[in-house]
Ligand binder design. Structure first.
Ligand code: PFF
Length: 457
């Protein structure tokens, strides 16, 4: 295929794609959201549905996404257009790239605000502020943070700046170097936390909670939340994985690398659950179904009452910060690559411009927790609520659906087979089958169910 971009970078090391894509996938979704959503949905049954969502729908779509990026060696918008043209299809398909890149930008704007909270908690943990806190006190500290727009803007700005600096240095010098240091460190910190939880917490209760389930616990509502979460946690349909795939060498096997990324992402979510719940179960007065406050309210209470809580509380919040950082990097990259390749704007400038725009939009999210909190913009939601709903419940599944249809039905199999030539025939056939017949109906049902659930009174 003729490559639209002649100057497209390639990862300098084997294995960088796995580290970078795992960095994108592992984030607040794994350490903050997965444990509390599993907690709210009763544990085991939800975990099973989530695993099915990853294997049956998430993995096939991730393969499709990497395949498009690597085939075209271009930013997501250019890539979908080029892949479509090669198979003689309409240029309108590049809308998939547009949708992804714009949604990634929207998510970046609020993800960096929430990620900023973890920086505040690193500071609180290191300075020993959790010691002896009661549940009410921890709740009041969290509410006071959200009520203070200046502090939120400060941390949001630091977080976006951290993200932009990495990308300004380029794909190999910035992005690749960072993930090669960050990801091993993240795994070590996670293991340290697991060891701590086994030592001081109620590990048996956590294992029972996450892995024992009753068939009667399964429901459509849970399936919808579980599948939605498997998309978010794998960073699908945002152009992030496609952008990283476009830097992947031709000799690497897409199938194997995608299995590695999905496996590592799932492992981190489960290990995060196994590190958090023992601590929660061993602390009197806090519940697993706490909701979003699980990490910012329950855990500080737990660390405040546990041996070496200052040290391990700090390790934990540094870990979350690193995980969120490698995710925001991947949310910014697709648009930076597009502006850089399409308009020839130098990378540092492109990065600065997009990061500034995301920061500006993020101010809306900051204000949603205080000044604008009670304001209802649409569907009874404030600015942040609306952005969150639109990106996660509408754009994410829509993007996944379109990708599955496009690569499954419109890209000529001889081209998809060429990119997946390292895979045995049965695996290629199973993948194509899942992409054609399994993913679209599953995503459609879940999308309708989740929009209905949100809109129903
Ligand atoms: N997968 C990330 C998480 O679980 O926190 C979030 C995310 C990153 C979603 C990048 C989408 C994306 F493109």
């Amino acid at each position: 295929m003729k490559h639209p971009q002649r100057q497209h970078a390639i990862w300098g090391h084997r294995g960088t794609f796995i580290l970078a894509a795992t960095g994108s996938a592992v984030g607040l979704g794994n350490i903050w959201k997965f444990p509390y959503v599993a907690g709210e949905n009763g544990g085991g049954a939800f975990v099973l549905l989530y695993l099915l969502g990853i294997v049956l729908v998430g993995v096939p779509i991730m393969v499709a996404e990497v395949l498009m990026g690597r085939r075209a060696r271009a930013n997501p918008i250019g890539a979908v257009g080029a892949v479509s043209a090669e198979s003689g299809r309409s240029p309108l398909w590049s809308a998939i790239g547009w949708c992804g890149v714009i949604t990634a930008f929207l998510i970046l704007s609020y993800y960096s605000v929430v990620a900023g909270w973890t920086l505040e908690y690193v500071k609180a943990a290191v300075t020993g502020q959790f010691a002896g806190q009661s549940g009410e006190q921890a709740g009041a500290v969290f509410s006071a943070l959200l009520a203070d727009p200046y502090r939120l803007v400060l941390w949001q700005s630091v977080f976006i700046a951290m993200t932009a600096i990495v990308l300004a240095f380029g794909v190999t010098r910035g992005l690749e170097t960072t993930v090669r240091v960050l990801m091993p460190l993240l795994f070590v910190l996670l293991l340290v936390m697991l060891g701590y939880a086994v030592q001081v917490g109620d590990f048996g209760a956590a294992v029972r909670f996450l892995f024992s389930f009753n068939v009667s616990d399964l429901s459509w509502a849970k399936a919808s939340v579980a599948l939605g979460h498997s998309f978010f946690t794998l960073s699908l349909a945002m152009g992030a994985i496609m952008a990283y795939g476009s830097y992947m060498p031709k000799r690497a096997s897409i199938g194997k690398t995608v299995f590695a990324v999905a496996g590592l992402d799932t492992l981190v979510a489960l290990v995060a659950g196994l590190a958090i719940f023992p601590i929660v179960f061993a602390t009197a007065g806090i519940e697993p179904g706490e909701g979003p406050g699980l990490m910012y309210i329950s855990l500080p209470v737990a660390f405040g009452s546990m041996p070496a809580g200052v040290l391990f509380g700090s390790v934990f919040f540094v870990l979350v910060t690193l995980a969120a950082w490698s995710s925001t990097i991947s949310l910014l990259e697709p648009l930076v690559a597009y502006i850089n390749e399409r308009f020839g704007l130098a990378r540092p400038l492109a990065t600065l411009a997009i990061a500034f725009a995301a920061w500006l939009l993020g101010l809306g999210t900051v204000l949603s927790f205080n000044v604008w909190e009670g304001q209802q913009w649409l569907l009874g939601r404030n600015f942040f609520g609306l952005l969150d709903f639109f990106t996660i419940n509408v754009m994410l599944p829509l993007g996944g659906l379109l990708m599955a249809i496009f690569v499954g039905w419109r890209v000529l199999p001889r081209y998809s087979r060429l990119e997946l030539r390292q895979e045995p025939a049965w695996m290629y056939n199973a993948w194509l089958w899942a992409l054609r017949y399994l993913a679209p109906p599953a995503v459609l049902v879940i999308m309708i169910a989740s929009i209905y659930a949100e809109l129903a009174p």
